[in-house]
Design a protein around this ligand. Structure first.
Ligand code: WT7
Length: 631
């Protein structure tokens, strides 16, 4: 697909082409893919219902574009390069031909378990090749995958399985993550006590630790695959058939299932990958995310494979056996594009430059970041120590809901400014608005970040609850998609993302609703009420600060903190553990009973002298107590 932009002036002319005629532009991009039947209308949309449809009546299968179409020219090229958790274990290279074979078998295996087009399949797996294969196998037969990050708890898994009424879960016996092993199958067994919809569990052997087994429900991956044919024609999908559901947190309620569809998602995933990372045919590309998040979906699996790239999957963690692991892998596989999160950069900075300098990083051509605002220090370190002051950085802003990168440099071709994501991709129309919904057109301003026109991979709905999608994203400002982020636009029109303006916090690049964590804390038997806010954290970006009210005086605070933490781990998972828990007798509330989070945030940030207007407080004494007891 030769839609790669090769200079900044070409970028500018593509932007003009896209804004003059969005439909003509996206149709010319979509033409690069292989369709079983061409669309008869490019776009139908309104942001009021919302209703967005791209490439109407187009028929395709994304796996034909990810795999089959490469067989003529790239059959023996490595598609997936897998690096184990353990440095002394062999890596694994899966060619496009082998991927074709494995995906067909897995697809037939799913069919043999009764999985049909439109069925939901839950994937709860380690970062092993079978995870990517399972994703593609679902897409091959038109089943909707719902990948749940394997760090979520049994309860969180059960909630997601039930919300999407999945009939089948694909998992492994266990997983390795640095020095730890996690008994995944046992977590699935526990979750399924609450899920009557699940009829089969497919288990890939990974750690070989013993597992409990339920005959008639549980199947070993390898045994099932052995019985399958290696030929599986791709199911014909409509452009607007769902491709996957991915759960993400918002400011209210339980996580919601963001739905992406086949045609538009494919077009944008491939286009954005090629342009942001400037991938060349012989390159090795590595994104360190987990496939359990949108970054892994779009920029480990779909985007790279659509471009016939070699995409690396890494099973382990950045800091094990030590902080040099990432850099050793870059040298070992001569990685050309490296894509990671600011939180990983900050953690690796603490390991010192010598650890980086042990490895030869001269293969790097583009280095990227994603997931949260990158601070100045981390940006400079990334540029100097990892990028040797010459490798371009792409700071990529996007969201689960956007499906692909929205604002970012195009590796090497765009002006670069520390901590700025930069300019939108062609066809993306960001704008800043005031809280009252008035668009701010001048430069050198801050505002709420919205998008004015649909792009092919925009969220279509939240699974099972379209109204929630409307209210969350399309009701704040008429005719616009609201991102939930605040941003600054400099004199030259470059964007810097400031962070969430809603009750969502970003902990190590993971998104949580404060309400979601509060609900978990409130399950603890002695907790009456709680309020959670984010505060600046050196490594995580934001830490989780919980204010809790107990139903009786606490004698053992350490034990109480342990109980609360255990409850959060049980309800959500270890990634949502509070960093600080403060016991309080009351929360600052307005006369109408609303918690004044602004005050709690200021205290958590260590700025109790900047509380601002507290005149609407019901009981100002509560605040004095909170300030006194703060960490
Ligand atoms: C939120 C979306 C999509 C990738 C992974 C996160 C924040 C994402 C950046 C960036 C500043 C960023 C935003 C956004 N975010 N990328 N480059 N600079 N902030 O996906 O879990 O859906 O979270 O992550 O706040 O709204 P997600």
């Amino acid at each position: 697909m030769n839609f790669k932009i090769k200079s900044f002036s070409e970028y500018e002319s593509e932007c003009n082409r896209a804004s003059d005629n969005p439909e003509g532009f996206w149709s010319s991009i979509a033409d690069h893919y292989s369709w079983q039947q061409k669309w008869d209308q490019v776009l139908d949309w309104n942001f009021t219902e919302p209703n967005v449809k791209w490439f109407l009546n187009g028929k395709l299968n994304i796996t034909e574009n990810c795999i089959d179409r490469h067989l003529a020219e790239r059959a023996d090229k490595t598609a997936i390069l897998w690096e184990s958790n353990f440095p002394d274990r062999d890596s694994e290279a899966i060619t496009y031909q082998q991927l074709h074979y494995k995906v067909a078998k897995a697809a037939n295996g799913l069919k043999s378990l009764g999985v049909k087009k439109g069925d939901r399949v839950c994937l709860y797996m380690p970062m092993i090749p079978e995870l990517a294969i399972a994703v593609l196998a679902c897409a091959r037969i038109g089943a909707i995958h719902s990948v749940v990050f394997a760090g979520f708890s049994a309860q969180a898994l059960a909630d997601r399985i039930n919300d999407a009424t999945c009939n089948i879960v694909i998992t492994s016996d266990g997983l390795y993550r640095g020095a730890k092993t996690v008994a995944l199958k046992a977590i699935v067994d526990l979750a399924l006590e609450q899920c009557t919809c699940v009829k089969s569990v497919l288990v890939k052997k990974c750690t070989s630790d013993p597992v409990a087994w339920e005959g008639g429900r549980d199947y070993w991956w390898d045994e099932l695959m052995d019985q399958q044919s290696a030929s599986c024609p791709a199911e014909q999908m409509d452009s607007e058939d769902p491709l996957f559901i991915l759960y993400t947190s918002g400011s209210t309620g339980k996580p919601k299932g963001v739905v992406h569809t086949c045609g538009g998602y494919m077009v944008y995933a491939g286009y954005s990958f090629a342009n942001v990372f400037q991938y060349d045919e012989e390159d090795v590309y590595w994104c360190t995310a987990d496939i359990g998040w949108i970054t892994g979906h779009t920029y480990i699996v779909y985007g790279p494979l659509l471009n016939g790239a070699t995409t690396m999957m890494f099973e382990g963690v950045p800091t094990w056996p030590d902080g040099g692991r990432f850099w050793e892998i870059v040298e070992k596989h001569k990685v050309n594009q490296f894509y990671t999160a600011p939180t990983a950069i900050r953690a690796l900075m603490t390991c010192g430059e010598e650890v980086v300098n042990r490895s030869n990083l001269s293969s790097l051509k583009v280095i990227g970041t994603v997931g949260e605002p990158i601070n100045h220090e981390a940006w400079e370190w990334y540029k100097r120590v990892v990028g040797d002051n010459k490798v371009p950085i792409v700071d990529t802003w996007w969201q689960t809901e956007t499906g692909g990168i929205m604002i970012s440099g195009l590796g090497g071709h765009s002006p670069q400014k520390a901590t700025f994501a930069g300019y939108p991709l062609p066809g993306i129309q960001p704008c800043l608005v005031t809280p009252e919904g008035k668009e701010i057109t001048e430069n050198g301003v801050e505002g709420l970040l919205c998008i004015k026109h649909p792009w092919p991979s925009i969220i279509r709905t939240t699974y099972g609850d379209h109204e929630r999608c409307r209210v969350t994203y399309f009701s704040s400002f008429e005719g616009m998609y609201f991102t939930g982020d605040g941003a600054r636009r400099d004199e030259n029109g470059m964007y810097r993302i400031i962070g969430r303006v809603d009750d969502v916090i970003n902990v190590s690049g993971h998104r949580f609703g404060t309400a979601e964590i509060e609900n978990a804390i409130n399950e603890t038997d002695f907790i009456v009420e709680s309020a959670v806010v984010g505060y600046p954290h050196d490594i995580k970006g934001q830490g989780i600060y919980a204010y809790v009210i107990c139903d009786k005086p606490i004698s053992d605070f350490d034990q109480a903190r342990k109980d609360i933490t255990a409850m959060v781990v049980q309800e959500i998972g270890p990634i949502a553990k509070p960093d600080k828990i403060q016991f309080v007798v009351g929360l600052p509330k307005t006369r109408s009973g609303k918690i004044m989070r602004r005050i709690l945030r200021k205290v958590a940030e260590g700025e109790p002298d900047k509380l601002g207007d507290t005149s609407t407080l019901l009981d100002p004494a509560v605040v004095e107590d909170i300030v006194k007891g703060a960490h």
